[in-house]
Design a protein around this ligand. Structure first.
Ligand code: GLN
Length: 486
């Protein structure tokens, strides 16, 4: 894995390249590679050029940070003023928000350059990005395979070197799983660590903005820049993380207690299991203590997630009625028919399935049996995770039970696809942070991701553990050629 942000920043500050020149390199690379990857769904090149000029001024005036002048991308569900933001759904086609998300305004203030919005599953519902109304993005490691989802376009752009880093959202794995499929790093922070203001809602008690990047250090630099409390998001938390990027490498793993939950390895193939357990051995060889634990409650995570996520989605997506946003059906006789036709024509099948599921579990007569029960089980999961973190500092697990599927592979069965989220959803249900780092390629040359999980607000600990692994292990995944490779 290669660190990109600090080396690029050094080139910018030494004058070896200007941000305007660097941005042109990324623009040409996108023009060349996006035909192959379908990573970007809208481009903001004119604005990016202006942002690059502003960045060059900041550098000249000595006001630069590590992110000043570095080109990046936002998932198509993160708002930026005046730029298309469509959640890759027909119902939001043409929608341009009139305000910046907090994450983008923080990055913009540091002189970031945004190249465009990237592909995703419609409304972030999916695990392959194939439910996008723009067609699926393709995996730069092998274009016959999916990128994972739902932040698949960000993962493809970062892995394919057509964005230096990107921001995605993770409701049940959508940052970590595509990072794992594309062989890059993906961080899902603690719920509330990063403002969600300007992130289009899917499941509000689960949604979190996260970082996709080429290295752990890059990930930490971006996390440091965007974390923090925000008056516009009442679920954001005032926690002082300090400057995590600067602390990387300062602590070793001696005495670090690593929990291995056997349930996390049930049902995953031997090749993936041994890749991750081999990675764990490296920690052990350097003085970490391995603790075998049992987390039977993990089995309940998937139904709990799909009930809560769909319930919240059915409520959040009620606002797309043809009146306030985006698409409206062309012909109708009255308001009711307009709303019905708009939603029927505007939403794709997976989104409709979830709205129906969510409406069902919230409806009178079923609420207690499904939604309320799921909320109670969520409490069990939270307390079981808390107990685990009394015994261990971090947990190590696979990020997903599989590597990237071939294209169209899971299209036939929604439930099979839901099952593939088994390793990531417990993290959102319990609100803790987790990071996916690439370990090695499987026998088909597709990356395997390892998930490092910590207790709430332990981003420093999980990034440090991931950094230790990245620095100590042999790089068995490498980088994709093509794109901007400086
Ligand atoms: N695959 C999960 C789902 O479809 C997670 C998606 C996400 O994190 N946005 O709900």
């Amino acid at each position: 894995m290669k660190e990109i942000i600090a080396p690029l920043s050094k080139m910018l500050s030494s004058g070896e390249i200007s941000s305007v020149e660097l941005t042109e390199k990324y623009i040409s690379a996108i023009e060349q590679e996006n035909k192959r990857y379908n990573a970007y769904v809208s481009l903001t090149f004119d604005k990016a050029r202006q942002q690059a000029q502003t960045a060059d001024k900041m550098i000249a005036e000595g006001n630069a940070t590590l992110l000043t002048g570095i080109p990046m991308t936002l998932k198509d569900n993160i708002c930026s003023d005046g730029d298309l933001t469509t959640c890759c759904s027909k119902i939001l086609k043409g929608f341009r928000p009139y305000y910046d998300s907090t994450v983008w305004s923080k990055l913009k203030a540091q002189g970031a350059v945004m190249l465009g919005k990237t592909n995703m599953d419609e409304f972030a519902m999916g695990s392959t990005s194939e439910t996008s109304c723009y067609g699926a993005p393709l995996n730069p490691r092998n274009v016959n395979h999916v990128t994972g989802g739902s932040s698949g376009g960000v993962a493809a752009a970062v892995a394919g070197n057509i964005a230096a880093y990107g921001l995605g959202s993770d409701t049940g794995g959508s940052v970590r799983q595509p990072a794992s499929f594309c062989g890059i790093v993906g961080l899902k922070p603690t719920y509330g660590a990063i403002s969600r203001y300007g992130l289009i809602a899917y499941g509000s008690s689960l949604d979190q903005i996260g970082v996709l990047a080429n290295s752990v250090k890059d990930t930490a630099v971006v996390f440091d820049a965007i974390s923090g409390v925000d008056a516009n998001d009442q679920t954001s938390v005032d926690f002082n993380f300090g400057n995590i990027a600067d602390t990387l490498g300062q602590t070793d793993v001696k005495g670090l207690k690593i929990g291995i939950a056997k349930e996390y390895f049930d049902g995953i193939n031997e090749e993936m299991k041994s890749a991750i357990l081999d990675a764990v051995k490296l920690f052990e060889a350097n003085g970490a203590e391995i603790i075998d634990i049992s987390l039977p409650v993990l089995k309940q995570a998937l139904p709990v997630y799909y009930i809560i996520a769909c319930a919240e989605a059915s409520s959040n997506l009620g606002r797309y009625d043809g009146i306030r946003y985006g698409y409206r059906a062309e012909s109708f006789n009255d308001v009711e028919e307009m709303i019905l036709k708009t939603r029927t024509e505007g939403f794709g099948d997976e989104v409709k399935r979830r709205i129906m599921l969510g409406t069902y579990v919230l409806s009178s007569g079923y609420y207690d049996a499904y939604y309320k029960k799921a909320c109670l089980l969520r409490e069990n999961l939270i307390s079981d995770f808390e107990e685990i973190f009394d015994k261990c500092d971090i947990l190590i697990a696979p990020t997903a039970p599989n590597t990237a599927f071939p294209l169209n592979f899971k299209g036939a069965s929604p439930v099979d696809m839901y099952l593939s989220d088994i390793a990531t959803v417990p993290i959102n249900i319990t609100g803790v942070p987790a990071i996916s780092v690439p370990v090695k390629n499987d026998s088909n040359g597709l990356p395997i991701g390892m998930q490092i999980i910590g207790k709430k607000f332990s981003e420093g600990a999980i990034l440090n553990a991931a950094y230790f692994y990245e620095k100590t292990a042999e790089d068995k995944v490498g980088n994709v050629s093509g794109g901007v490779n400086l």
